[in-house]
Design a protein around this ligand. Structure first.
Ligand SMILES: [Zn+2]
Length: 351
């Protein structure tokens, strides 16, 4: 099978046959609002990764304290946030400007909305977004437990971590009340576990008192932070597509696997990105990331184009309108230096 056909097969398996809508709640600190959520024809976004540079000034060149220019020791993660700001005006430009103006001491690398992705802090510099402090960088600790299962079970016993039912030499952090004995205190994105030469290693953790969760280090010092917009009137699906595509590029550029994309929750226990998490859409967002990553990694030389045959579907693969039922026709065109592959598809949209 040639490469165009390979890519066709991958894209085809991602295509929706039938699209419906569900109402979701978008969470803002000012107010919440309801909006219909409608999947696109594919978790793949038929559009380009475009980034606008809005690089914030160094602290030494401003009165700000959110860009010291500290170079990261390593980039381990991509951290996904949402702004939890529902106001119509709380768009990507407003947030990029906020970081450039000092961000109240906070900063993050990208602000992504339905209009654009804005870049504020160079990817190799530390920013302040994850709530895990800046004293403890990401570190891997040897556990003294050996095995060969890639995703082992994790538990706690007598104040120590337990991997695959074997007690490790790594102490879990303490709460104000003392030892943590319940898994209920683990953040729900888990821990960083690596299997190196047959031995398990655990990423350094701490207890976040605000959220009462065991969380991971490396959010501020070792990750690239992305704020996604949830402002009213924006297209959330477009924001999530744009973010997923940007994440795929950042993973490749930093030689990271998809597993290194983490919700803010992983680093502090905070319920962020709140709208994706509370509506059980974080997994769908990660489907977008995985597909974007796979296609970028293996087929970056192939041009991918969607041609819509209906005004209710745009050329990015996004459904326009939220109150109709019909069958929509479209084509996907794949093209490399030698060949072109055009395939017709239909999707039943019931809104
Ligand atoms: Zn966050």
């Amino acid at each position: 099978m040639n490469r165009l056909e390979n890519l066709k097969k991958i894209l085809e398996s991602s295509l929706e046959k039938e699209i419906t809508k569900k109402n979701i709640t978008v969470y803002g600190y000012q107010y919440n609002y309801q909006v219909p959520f409608i999947k696109s024809v594919s978790p793949y976004w038929f559009a380009e990764n475009v980034v606008e540079e809005f690089i914030a000034p160094y602290n030494k060149d401003s009165n700000n304290n959110n860009r010291p220019g500290t170079i990261k020791e390593s980039t381990e993660y991509i951290t996904i946030h949402d702004t939890a700001s529902a106001a119509v005006t709380a768009d990507e430009y407003a947030h990029a400007k906020y970081v450039s103006n000092g961000g109240g001491g906070t900063s993050w690398h990208y602000s992504v909305g339905s209009k654009m992705a804005c870049h504020q802090i160079p990817d190799n510099e530390v920013a302040y977004h994850a709530g895990d402090g800046t004293n403890d960088p990401f570190t891997l600790l040897p556990t003294g437990v050996f095995g060969n299962v890639l995703n082992p079970s994790i538990d706690l016993k007598d104040g120590f971590y337990v991997i695959n039912k074997q007690i490790t030499q790594v102490k879990a952090p303490l709460t104000d009340q003392g030892e943590i004995t319940s898994k209920a205190h683990l953040n729900d994105a888990g821990l960083r576990i690596e299997l190196i030469n047959g031995e398990y290693y655990i990423g350094k953790t701490y207890f976040n008192k605000t959220y009462q969760k065991i969380a991971n280090r490396g959010g501020n010092l070792n990750s690239i932070g992305i704020e996604t917009m949830v402002n009213e009137g924006s297209s959330l699906i477009r924001t999530w597509h744009r973010t997923a595509k940007l994440v795929a590029h950042l993973l490749i550029e930093n030689n990271l696997s998809v597993e290194r994309v983490k919700p803010h929750h992983y680093f502090s226990g905070k319920d962020c990105p709140m709208t994706l998490r509370r509506n059980h859409l974080y997994d769908y967002f990660m489907e977008m990331v995985k597909l974007e990553y796979e296609i970028l990694k293996n087929f970056s030389d192939i041009k991918i184009k969607l041609v819509s045959k209906d005004e209710a579907l745009n050329q990015e693969g996004i459904i326009i309108g939220d109150n109709f039922t019909k069958t929509i026709n479209y084509q996907i065109i794949l093209e490399d230096e030698k060949d072109q592959l055009i395939t017709d598809y239909t999707v039943l949209v019931k809104l």
